[in-house]
Write a protein that binds this ligand. Sequence first.
Ligand SMILES: C[S@@+](CC[C@H](N)C(=O)[O-])C[C@H]1O[C@@H](n2cnc3c(N)ncnc32)[C@H](O)[C@@H]1O
Length: 283
Amino acid sequence: MTTNKPFGTLTPISQESACCGDDCCGDAGSSEITHEQLETITAAVQHQYGSLASKAAERAADSTSVKATDKFYSEDQRGALPDEAVGASAGCGNPMGIADAQHGETVLDLGSGGGIDCFLAAQEVGPDGYVIGIDMTPRMLELAQKNAESLGTDNVVFKLGHIESIPQADNTVDLVISNCVIALSEQKARVFSEIFRILKPRGRFVISDMVTAEALPADVQKSAAEWVACVGGAAVMSEYLELVESVGFSEIEVVKEEKSRPDAIGWEETLINLTLRASKPNS
Ligand SMILES: C[S@@+](CC[C@H](N)C(=O)[O-])C[C@H]1O[C@@H](n2cnc3c(N)ncnc32)[C@H](O)[C@@H]1O
């Protein structure tokens, strides 16, 4: 990413453009980002997802709204969740669908949103397990906590925090999941280093994220509106995979890779919904 022009004024963004769902959601190499750009992205992302949290109930009830859950989750999974968790869902995959979480494990979800993947994880790890959701948007956290109360789940906790500096001790997590969030970070190398730090030896991650086959046009990369839609910051997939490897992960496996917008023409053709699995070596 270049630094010659900070992100412009945020253009109004429709709720349906929230990543990822029907329209979805990158520094494989953005080490040169300015402080001003960082603040602009963070504020824009919090604004967008705070607004989505406020409209989760309305969105859940709107049968014309195409939600991530319609596309990526089974009917059984959807049925077991509060409407507002479904309404706030904005992922680009279903990491818990392939994570194979075990009873008693500790799972941490980066950018937990309304809590959808945390609640699915909580069912899998059972009462002896523990799930932690991290999100930087206060309104999303409030919604997730409300959803946990309505489910009566007591093995999930939601914490305010940034995925670039995860509030979790070293070597304490069995499984890290994330669904369309790392594309929103301009510091991807730092995020993957943090994931490596908190995972136990032999721990693993399963992440769904937006990446690209080719570099996006410069104006798309610089657009705040495209960033909050998980597009502007999406990294080139080969660079993303190199980053994961450079941090020290092994057994890196592309579990799923599909066009994010199958009918798109032009630069949007390059957008990919990626689901990736990798492990932290034993030593
Ligand atoms: C596209 S939504 C996905 C939410 C959830 N994973 C899902 O599948 O519904 C992105 C979420 O990540 C959060 N987020 C974005 N950047 C973040 C960061 N740097 N640190 C913590 N949370 C972040 C947003 O507040 C938002 O709730």
